[in-house]
Write a protein that binds this ligand. Structure first.
Ligand code: FES
Length: 488
């Protein structure tokens, strides 16, 4: 389940050794793209920071699972932005995203990074023709993008129409990330467990005092009180890496319901799709992707496969900036809504810009304090999903536990009158856990594609042993099941 990127890169050898500093100007929680880029911009402006990464190396979270596309083309974006926020806001967003592409080029050049950066067109495509691409083309042009409609592509299947955005970029994200991380101060294996004002506490019992704290950890945790979980939901997507495939001349994104995202990396093709709300039951995703791969690329062979998690925001724009007006020294960066490469660069520019007193021109668009009607809708939906998750916990009565699970299967079952999460791992070992998410108590679901227990409420994920794989939960699933009315 490891991404193709990590397999190509030797272990990170630039982590800071020795004791954590007691004080720093900026503490950055999370060593993914947002974290290391923010640290780089701060360093270039003479500001001291430390990056605290819980994993064994930077980028072990979502940044190592991205497809590495850097574009101002984010699906059907600009017609909706003009409708919801006005043309001026949409133009600002287009310009900020194009600026993010230039920023990647600038950093690669400045630091002399070898990370397979290529400038290519990014194309939307459809196999229907309902006018959506024509409307998007017109909206994109109003926003200053030289978008061009095409009837032909080099995809191995027919499309009815494609919309090409010129001079976008792709790179090997993990090479880029580690190249930047080696220029800043990163402490690996440091898990922040609590943030109290300007003090960060770690699992090891260390304490760091920081003038400012940046939560660059995918889903912001540790901030209380926080309502961010009422505004975000998570989506799981599946990526298949196929070897031996002729490189495509562009990056592609299908706008139809079953559309695929495609990009080449040399003779390796990344095929992404089958997205669903994290924790929802779904048809076998890798099996479906492999079927599409056999149909379109019969010459290819599967090199590896993995799943990615994305935080989706209420209006499709990231949440970046001070977490609340009461805590201007706590910054969050989340909700990149599947376009994390561009979003991470913008987030780093916005947060570093705010800290050094040079605000980014698009920062107001991404402010966590913004209020929109879609925020009300998102909050209502999240409350509904949490109620549904609790409803399943309280009222769903599963069958008695079966010992006949095959490796890679899981079930919610009754054992001695108590609900349990029961699975058998690929080595054949059985696991029994308490099936209630440690974030807010919703009942989890087994995902046979990722061999994990996923929460449908806000997207926390747990391994078959109960370990936290993805926030907002921070505590593992208990190995001691108890009655379902108990608190999480
Ligand atoms: Fe919130 Fe599970 S992620 S209850």
């Amino acid at each position: 389940m490891e991404s193709v990127w990590k397999k190509e890169v030797p272990p990170f050898a630039h982590g800071q050794e020795g004791a954590l500093p007691r004080r720093t100007e900026v503490a950055i929680v999370g060593g993914g793209l947002v974290g290391v880029l923010t640290a780089l911009y701060l360093k270039e402006n003479g500001i001291d920071s430390v990056v605290l990464e819980a994993g064994e190396a930077p980028g072990v979270g979502q940044s190592g699972r991205t497809t590495g596309k850097i574009t101002c083309q984010h699906g059907l974006k600009y017609a909706a932005l003009i409708r919801d926020k006005g043309e001026s806001a949409a133009r600002t967003w287009a310009s900020a995203c194009q600026g993010a592409i230039h920023a990647y080029e600038g950093i690669v050049g400045r630091l002399g990074l070898s990370c397979d950066l290529e400038m290519l067109p990014a194309l939307l495509y459809t196999q229907k023709n309902d006018g959506a691409l024509e409307r998007e083309a017109s909206a994109a042009r109003r926003c200053g993008i030289a978008a061009e409609l095409r009837r032909r592509t080099d995809l191995p299947f027919d499309v009815s129409l494609a919309l090409s955005y010129p001079r976008q970029a792709q790179l090997q994200p993990y090479k880029f990330l580690l190249g930047v991380a080696s220029r800043v101060r990163v402490f690996c294996g440091v898990r922040v467990t609590a943030i109290k004002g300007r003090h960060l506490l770690t699992e090891e019992g260390d304490e760091i005092e920081a003038q400012r704290v940046v939560l660059a950890c995918h889903y912001p945790i540790g901030l209380l009180p926080s309502t961010v979980f009422t505004r975000l939901w998570q989506s799981t997507s599946y990526v298949l890496a196929l070897g031996g495939v002729r490189p495509l001349a562009g990056m592609y994104y299908g706008i139809d319901r079953d559309g695929l995202s495609l990009r080449s990396h040399g003779s390796t093709l990344l095929l992404t799709g089958m997205s669903h709300r994290t924790g929802e039951e779904h048809p076998p995703a890798f099996e479906a992707l492999e079927g599409r791969a056999r149909e379109y690329f019969p010459e290819g062979h599967v090199v590896t496969r993995w799943a990615a998690q994305d935080c989706m925001s209420e209006d499709g724009l990231p949440l970046v900036g001070p977490a609340s007006p009461l805590t201007p020294h706590h910054y969050i960066a989340t909700g990149f809504s599947k376009w994390g490469m561009t979003g991470a660069m913008l987030a780093a520019q916005m947060i570093a810009g705010d800290i050094v007193g040079a605000p980014h021109f698009a920062a107001p668009l991404c402010s966590p304090a913004r209020f929109t009607l879609s925020r009300l809708r998102a909050t209502a939906r999240q409350v509904g999903e949490t109620a549904r998750g609790w409803g399943r916990r309280l009222f769903e009565v599963p069958a008695e536990l079966s010992h006949e699970l095959a490796p890679g299967e899981g079930e919610i079952a009754l054992s001695g009158g108590i609900k349990v999460a029961h699975s058998r791992d690929e080595q054949g070992e059985e696991h029994i856990l308490r099936p209630y998410c440690t974030h807010m108590g919703c009942q989890v679901n087994y995902n046979p594609d990722t061999l994990s227990w996923d929460c449908p409420c806000h997207g926390s994920r747990f391994s078959e042993e109960g370990k936290v794989l993805d926030a907002p939960a921070t505590k593992p699933l208990s190995k001691k099941p108890t009655a379902q009315g108990d608190t999480p």
